[in-house]
Design a binder for this molecule. Sequence first.
Ligand SMILES: *[C@@H]1O[C@H](CO)[C@@H](O)[C@H](O)[C@H]1NC(C)=O
Ligand SMILES: *[C@@H]1O[C@H](CO)[C@@H](O)[C@H](O)[C@H]1NC(C)=O
Ligand SMILES: *[C@@H]1O[C@H](CO)[C@@H](O)[C@H](O)[C@H]1NC(C)=O
Ligand SMILES: *[C@@H]1O[C@H](CO)[C@@H](O)[C@H](O)[C@H]1NC(C)=O
Length: 493
Amino acid sequence: MPPVHMHAFLYILLISSATLASRSNSATFSISANASNTLIPKWEGFGASLSSWAVAAGGSQVQSKLADLFYSTKTVTVMVKGKERRLPGLGLNIVRYNIGGTGKERDYPGRVENYKEGPSKFGVDWWKLVQGYWIRGPSDADSNWDWARDARQRSMLKAIMKKKVDRVEFYSNAPMWWMTKQNSSLGGTLSNDAIPQFAKYVTNVVRQAIFTWRIPVTSVSILNEPSGGLSKYKQIDHEGINVSVKDQVALLDELRSQLDNGFMGSVDIAGPDERNISLATKTLSKMLPLVDKYNVHGYTSSTIASQNAAREAFKSAVGSKKLWVSEYEDSSKDGMALVTALAHDILHLRPSAWLYGQLASTTSSQGLLRFNKPSEKTRRIKITKIHTRYFLLAQFTRFIRPGDEILATSSANAIVAYNPTTKRYKFVVVNYLCIPTVSVTIEGLKKGVLVERVRVTCTQADGKAMFKSFSAVVLAGAVVFRMEKHSVCSFTL
Ligand SMILES: *[C@@H]1O[C@H](CO)[C@@H](O)[C@H](O)[C@H]1NC(C)=O
Ligand SMILES: *[C@@H]1O[C@H](CO)[C@@H](O)[C@H](O)[C@H]1NC(C)=O
Ligand SMILES: *[C@@H]1O[C@H](CO)[C@@H](O)[C@H](O)[C@H]1NC(C)=O
Ligand SMILES: *[C@@H]1O[C@H](CO)[C@@H](O)[C@H](O)[C@H]1NC(C)=O
């Protein structure tokens, strides 16, 4: 909580500019934040999952560039289609490593995995088949493990761990292929005896990570979208598994006792990583006692803003336990869906961390940047596009920082964060509406906030401004600047 003299009552007023006042769609609305009302007491940070993009780019010539770009706040120079671009690093501080479930041909004498290396008959690109370590069963003898697998994703993880990373989560999309009835990690169901095996698999990988690879794993999630019936064997292009609620409970119980027995009692169990709040709500009462941190994904098919009541009910059901939005992606071209989901998650679901899924992809509908399809042999990655989504996310991740308090606001148009160490206020203001142009006025800034100019940084969803900064004047305690439609502006006071 800020000291008493910092209990400024922050008052933000968004008004239509005078020239547009006569338009019927112009509107006046105000946002206020009260520094004594904390919405999220301590922000843990922003993050992302490794998995397929890191399998593709790990160990390649752009590995350290991408680590800088995503996990530092430096200005990073990147070649995009032969042209130098200077980009703001996102400053993520949370990483999820994906424990794979795919093997190689002839790994398991007498058994055949249903997949093909390279672009497979299911249409899975090689970088989406994440290699697992327990290459044959059923015994867990040392000779049945190969710790050299998945070297590329681990290489990317290592590069990222050189940055400032505060949380490392290991997560699994599927067990080893041979633990499923379909002999595949590409969707399906667990074999009858696979619950202890799957828990042992994940536990041993976490142990190897902590004690051999020296990765400080803080949490582990063994379930990924288990309940939606989404992992239909052969019909998916990534690893997955269908798990009944009864088996989910058994798996989480088994995982806890195996971690404890392996001297990993301090590693948190996260989960169950359901696809969205409505699916997660159905199993919450059974899962809540079994997890240390509730993970939910941000995929909803309803209008994002209409889900606020569901978000609030879910947060209240989770209670005092930690809550993360552990995965979010969307394919909207301009990125406003991302901004809307993120802002509404912070204001209504109130997680302590928010994580993107795949940061980079070979298609324009996924990720924050696009690269060419790399060949498995040469693996030269060429970055071909930086999506507007990248800059819009940076408007949040570079301003709302670990350790911040997120303050309650009266409107969905602004997130106000306060850092008790630096004693600074950070504002992320979103213009969702089609009001053509607005001015932003901030009034009522009291003691401790004595600035005459403030640097405002904005990104427009139409791509006309991408993380563009300008200097705004503070007039009589108010910051005044123009804000374009479908844009995000951030600044620090
Ligand atoms: C701010 O919130 C505190 C605690 O809820 C309340 O006592 C105070 O009156 C509020 N201040 C304003 C200006 O609304
Ligand atoms: C999976 O492998 C087992 C053991 O080899 C075999 O009996 C079974 O038919 C296979 N199932 C499928 C769906 O391929
Ligand atoms: C996966 O789960 C869904 C919903 O529970 C179910 O309809 C489907 O049959 C399951 N698929 C398999 C392969 O078990
Ligand atoms: C949640 O995800 C499931 C599975 O994809 C979907 O059927 C359902 O409509 C989603 N719920 C909402 C509220 O979007």
